[in-house]
Design a protein around this ligand. Structure first.
Ligand code: T3D
Length: 264
């Protein structure tokens, strides 16, 4: 049954785990897979029990980007409109991950290439198996980094490294990605699922609305001047201060007990 599904969705303990499930194609994207993923993410957004999203891949790869066999162009055939593909599929996906009002963890279980790499980097906290790698494979087929890569990469690793990665398409190991500050952490292969799952379950017990506001503030900070960011912090803190979880956090601190956050 699961073998027919290109996306698996499991919800437990406040965590929605979404697994890209085309392992024999390294979980590369077809149009049908994009559609299933959209459906899964809409279900996650609508389920009020979900307080953290965990994205990962089945098999030995995380995601090899666009399925290129969907793109085979015979000589003389009209060129596909890749802009339409980006507009319909990849851009909405990145926007959804960035805008979800909860932490989004990516557990990169193997190679993340092309759009697969940049979808991982669009997540809030990225863990990767030590054997995993990141490849901006686009330049090898005459394309440019998409799925936000040209925006995300320079912010994470700086201009020089972003340019090198994008123009050379070299494989970057998980450990190198960690030491460059491109991801949160590289972990031993056999510990990835356990560690990512534990982190997701822990985050799902935290003040979800506060975490969503942190995400909003940090995602725009590099584009704001200090004055604008101070104004934004004022506005978001006002919102945070009106949450039930803020009341609970302060009450628990004063009473010297553990807080019980409900995500509202
Ligand atoms: O088109 C649009 O809509 C625009 C948007 C584009 C976004 C993009 O992502 S463009 C970039 C597309 N991705 C790539 O260019 C990466 C292509 N894949 C690779 O370079 C390599 O597969 C990897 C470096 C990722 C992994 O190499 P390796 O040696 O570990 O595995 P492999 O043997 O190459 O792949 C295993 C199988 O998966 C293989 O099939 P086979 O021989 O066992 O039948 C391979 O053909 C298949 N596979 C891997 N990547 C893709 C793929 N099949 C279709 N599309 C792929 N992207």
């Amino acid at each position: 049954m699961n073998a027919d599904k290109t996306i698996l969705l499991d919800i437990a303990d406040g965590v929605a785990t979404v697994t890209l499930n085309r392992p024999d194609r390294l979980n590369s994207f077809t149009a049908a897979m994009h559609e299933e993923l959209r459906g899964a993410l809409a279900a996650v957004r609508e389920d009020s029990s979900v307080r953290c999203l965990l994205l990962t891949g089945a098999g030995r790869g995380f995601c090899a980007g666009q399925d290129l066999s969907d793109r085979a162009v015979a000589p003389g055939q009209e060129a596909p409109d890749l802009g339409a593909s980006i507009e319909t599929n990849y851009n909405p996906l990145v926007r959804t991950l960035r805008d979800l009002p909860m932490p989004v963890i990516c557990a990169v279980n193997g190679v993340a290439a092309g759009a697969g790499a940049n979808i991982a980097l669009a997540c809030d906290i990225v863990l990767a198996a030590r054997s995993a790698s990141f490849i901006q494979a686009f330049c090898k087929i005459g394309l440019i980094p998409d799925s936000g890569g040209t925006w995300t990469l320079p912010r994470l690793v700086g201009h020089a490294r972003a340019m090198g990665l994008a123009m050379l398409g070299d494989k970057l190991s998980a450990e190198q990605a960690e030491s460059w500050g491109m991801i949160w952490k590289a972990v031993d292969d056999d510990k990835l699922a356990e560690e990512a799952g534990a982190l997701a379950r822990q985050l799902a017990t935290q003040p979800t609305r506060g975490l969503a506001l942190i995400k909003r503030a940090l995602n725009v900070s590099l584009d704001n001047d200090l004055d604008s960011q101070l104004d934004l912090e004022r506005d978001l803190q006002r919102e945070a201060g009106r949450t039930q979880d803020y009341r609970e956090g302060v009450a628990a601190f004063v009473a010297k007990r553990a807080p019980k956050f409900e995500g509202r």
